[in-house]
Design a protein around this ligand. Structure first.
Ligand SMILES: Cc1cc2nc3c(=O)[nH]c(=O)nc-3n(C[C@H](O)[C@H](O)[C@H](O)COP(=O)(O)O)c2cc1C
Length: 381
C-alpha cells in the first residue's frame, strides 16, 4: 500500500489511521510498552541493597542515544565499580566517547543523590585505576551509612525528568526561568550561557539545522542512529534502549512497508523525510538555546559536565521548562569540523576550549518516559 503525504499528515492528526480507504481509530497503536518504562517507578519495595536502590534511580539518567552504556560490578561489599559498556558506544559520532562519559557523569550525579536520600554517603573516586580506557573503570563508589543527610530537592524530579524531542510551544523563555537556571548552575569552571534574543537564536538555530542535516547526509553517522532506532512497540519492548519510534503514524507506516531501517536510510522516503521534518520542527520552535563549555576536555571535565547537565535538566523539570540537547554540531568527526568551528564561534567558545553540551529550552507537554533496561542487565559481577 502506498502512503501519500496527505495520509501521513492525517495519521499525525490524532489516532486515526487511514488504511485502504477505511478509517480506524487506533489510540494505543504502537504505544510505549509498559514493561519498557517500569524502571521509572524506582526500586522495588523489597530491594534491600542500598547500592541497587540507588542504581535503580541512576539508570534513569539521560545518556546519548539512550544506549545506557553503564556496566556495574557489585562484587565488593558496599562498593559499585562503574565501567563503560564497550558494546554500547557511538564510534562514528562520538569517536572519543566524550558524550558517553558525559552520560556517566549524569548517572553518577543521580546515584549520589539517590544514595543520600536513602541515608548513604556515596563517595565517588573517578578513574581509580588511572586514565580511562575501556578496560578501566570510570569510578568506584563506596556507600557509607550516614543518616540525616540532606535530600537534594532535585532528587524528586528524577522520575519526572524528560528529554523533550518534539515541537515546543510558541512562547519565549520566561526571564525568571532564565535567571533561575543561571543562578542554580553557579559553576565557574563549566559556565552556562543562555541565548534568548531573536538574532542569536536564529543564528544558533541555523547552525543546529545545518549540523543535523550534515549528520543525516553522512551515511555512516546517520546509520549509527538508524542502527539503534527501535521501530514499533515490539522492538522497543525487546531492546528497551535506543531511539524509540512509536505511535499510530509509525504503526501505519510500518504496515505500509514505509518505515524500515532501509527506508530511513534513504533520502526522499517518507521515513527519511518524516525524521528530518520532526527534527526541523523542533529547531523551528526553539525560542532559546543554552550551552555548557569548558576550558579543557579532560575525562574529569566530561564527568563534571554530565553531573552539571543532569542537574540543569532536573531543574528545568522543576520549573516546567522543556529541554532537548542538540549534539550534532558539537561532534568531532571530520565532515562536521567547519560547522563545529562556527558553533564554537557563535557561542563565544574560545579556541582550545570545548563546547560540551548545547540544548534548546522552551515549553511543551510531557512526552512520557523513555525506555530503560532492567537493573540486572547492567550488573556484570
Ligand atoms: C551527552 C548527551 C548528548 C545527547 N544528545 C542528544 C541529541 O543530540 N539529541 C537529542 O534529542 N537528545 C540528546 N540527548 C538526550 C538523550 O537522547 C536522552 O537522554 C535519551 O534518549 C533518554 O531519554 P530521556 O532523557 O528522556 O530519559 C543527549 C544526552 C546526553 C547525556
Amino acid at each position: 500500500m502506498a502512503v501519500s503525504r496527505k495520509t501521513f499528515l492525517r495519521i499525525l492528526g490524532g489516532g486515526i489511521v487511514v488504511a485502504a480507504g477505511a478509517a480506524i481509530a487506533v489510540p494505543r497503536l504502537d504505544a510505549m510498552p509498559a514493561a519498557a518504562v517500569e524502571g521509572w517507578r524506582g526500586p522495588g519495595p523489597d530491594e534491600a541493597d542500598p547500592r541497587r536502590r540507588a542504581l535503580a534511580w541512576a539508570l534513569l539518567a539521560p545518556n546519548p542515544h539512550n544506549l545506557q552504556s553503564w556496566a556495574v560490578d557489585l562484587s565488593q561489599p558496599d562498593t559499585i565499580v562503574l565501567h563503560v559498556d564497550a558494546a554500547r558506544l557511538l564510534p562514528q559520532t562520538d569517536s572519543f566517547s566524550r558524550q558517553i562519559l558525559i552520560g556517566h557523569g549524569c548517572f553518577l550525579e543521580i546515584l549520589a543523590m539517590a544514595a543520600a536520600a536513602d541515608g548513604y554517603r556515596a563517595e565517588v573516586t573517578l578513574f581509580p585505576e588511572g586514565e580511562w580506557r575501556l578496560d578501566k573503570p570510570v569510578a568506584r563508589v563506596v556507600f557509607t551509612r550516614q543518616p540525616g543527610l540532606a535530600v537534594d530537592p532535585l532528587f524528586a524530579e528524577v522520575p519526572r525528568r524528560r528529554t523533550v524531542k518534539g515541537k515546543f510551544e510558541a512562547r519565549p523563555l520566561d526571564p525568571a526561568h532564565k535567571t533561575a537556571f543561571l543562578a542554580g548552575h553557579a559553576l565557574p569552571t563549566l559556565p552556562l550561557a543562555i541565548a534568548d534574543d531573536a538574532e542569536s537564536v536564529e543564528r544558533l538555530r541555523a547552525l543546529a539545522v545545518a549540523g543535523s542535516e550534515m549528520e543525516m547526509n553522512t551515511h555512516r553517522t546517520h546509520k549509527e542512529s538508524i542502527d539503534v532506532a527501535r521501530i514499533g512497540a515490539a522492538e522497543i519492548a525487546a531492546h528497551r534502549d535506543g531511539i524509540s519510534l512509536k505511535g499510530p503514524m509509525i504503526w501505519a507506516l510500518r504496515q505500509a512497508g514505509q518505515m524500515t531501517p532501509e527506508k530511513a536510510m534513504t533520502p526522499g522516503t517518507l521515513a527519511w523525510n518524516g525524521g528530518r521534518d520532526y527534527a526541523m520542527a523542533g529547531y523551528a520552535s526553539a525560542r532559546a538555546f543554552g550551552w555548557i563549555a569548558s576550558a579543557d576536555n579532560t575525562r574529569e571535565t566530561q564527568i563534571a559536565t554530565g553531573r552539571a547537565f543532569v542537574r540543569l535538566q532536573l531543574a528545568a523539570r522543576a520549573l516546567g521548562v522543556a529541554l532537548q540537547p542538540h549534539s550534532q554540531t558539537l561532534q568531532e568527526y571530520p565532515e562536521m569540523a567547519e560547522l563545529r568551528a562556527a558553533m564554537h564561534r557563535q557561542t563565544g567558545t574560545p579556541a582550545g576550549a570545548m563546547l560540551q553540551m548545547f540544548f534548546r529550552l522552551g515549553y511543551a507537554g510531557d512526552p512520557g518516559p523513555s525506555p530503560r533496561r532492567a537493573l540486572p542487565s547492567f550488573v556484570t559481577v
